[in-house]
Design a protein around this ligand. Structure first.
Ligand code: ASP
Length: 358
């Protein structure tokens, strides 16, 4: 950013961070199928230039391009970059709030990551960080990106007694906590939050708001953002008809540090996995159990008693549980360096046991 004392960055503003995605995507004009497009083509400056005339008076916007990718290619290193940018920007008194334009494919992972690493900080400072994106590329006949971006900017900049500081997401006229995102549809305009507890962005729903406050009251401390080389390797494995022991055995000789098991139904997995998973535990691999159904919760010792140390994911979906496990393993390592005894299970439980918003 420029050091010019009269530059917009020095006066109160909403910072708009560009990560790419369909909101910054372009369809080839020769294609008649709108699903054929390239994500991450348009700069965040251009996205803002396009909506500038509709931005409410008095709101100053400062764009900053963090990346311009298709979010299916999101990496650990980009999460570190984004998380550090968000934390540093929240600390800047000139930044009143932050909007992040992001691809919807992995908005779910970024939402959980930001909540776990900056949720308390944003809440304490009374600043909102709002993720948004689009399901249609920027040059579609009626793109959804501009209205989503405007909604996010308005939400990031409205008076604080309306809705506390924190990490949120806005799509298709609705807002939710970013940690509640879950993309459940390939094309629907509300795909990332169609099953998430949410509120209309125009009129905040009081019961949703009290759920947000209850959750924030329990989230007492942010976890550290892993540095580039610190991200633990964690994979998601899905149980299914015909599952094989080899699917687990394969990892026993690898550097993998954690496995998220997307079980069937309420989170059970194939009997073929029982013995190899016991071996995984004895190899020091962290295990989390969740459900491949995409809905409901996974509870400890249901449907069977958990192997020692294996954690149930609570309401966390597999992609969210994976990020939570990475952050928990990293936090436990940092604690150990400081001579403190907390385990990855202690940190994971803090995220998995957060109250559910209804
Ligand atoms: N593949 C795109 C992305 O996640 C999808 C989207 O943005 O809606 O970047």
């Amino acid at each position: 950013m420029s050091s010019n004392p009269t530059s917009p960055e020095k006066s109160p503003h909403i910072l708009v961070l560009g990560m790419g995605g369909t909101i910054a995507g372009l369809a080839s004009q020769s294609e008649d199928d709108p699903r054929k497009y390239q994500a991450g083509q348009v700069s965040v400056d251009s996205l803002l230039a396009h909506i500038q005339s509709a931005v409410p008076d008095g709101i100053q916007l400062v764009p900053h391009q963090v990346a311009n990718i298709n979010s299916r290619n999101l990496s650990d290193s980009l999460l570190t970059k984004l998380g550090s940018t968000v934390r540093d920007s929240l600390a800047n008194p000139a930044v009143l709030g932050i909007v992040i334009t992001h691809g919807t494919d992995t908005m779910e992972e970024t939402g959980l990551f930001l909540q776990a690493t900056s949720g308390k900080y944003a809440q304490t400072l009374g600043k909102r960080v709002i993720l948004t994106g689009a399901m249609l590329p920027a040059n579609a006949p009626q793109p959804d990106g501009p209205s989503n971006l405007l909604d996010a900017i308005r939400w990031a900049s409205t008076p604080i007694d309306n809705c506390p500081g924190g990490i949120y997401a806005v799509m298709d006229g609705r807002g939710c906590m970013a940690m509640d995102l879950a993309k459940r549809h390939g094309t629907a305009l509300n795909a990332p939050l169609q099953d998430s507890p949410s509120s209309s962005v125009g009129l905040i729903n009081p019961s949703w708001l009290s759920g947000v406050k209850a959750l924030q009251a329990v989230w007492s401390e942010d976890l550290p953002i892993p540095k580039l080389a610190e991200w633990p390797w964690v994979e998601i494995l899905t149980s299914h008809a015909g599952a094989r022991a080899e699917t687990i055995n394969h990892w026993l000789t690898s550097d993998v540090e954690g496995l998220v098991l997307a079980g069937s139904g309420i989170g059970g997995f194939h009997d073929e996995w029982v013995e190899p998973l016991n071996q995984a535990i004895s190899h020091g691999i962290a295990l989390v159990r969740t459900s491949r159904t995409g809905g409901g919760s996974t509870y400890p010792d249901i449907p069977e008693k958990d192997a020692p140390g294996c954690m149930a994911s609570g309401t966390l979906t597999a992609p969210r549980a994976r990020i939570a496990l990475q952050l928990a393993i990293n936090a436990a390592k940092q604690e150990k360096l400081n001579g403190k005894p907390l385990t990855w299970q202690d940190f994971f439980a803090r995220i998995a046991s957060l109250p559910e918003i209804r």
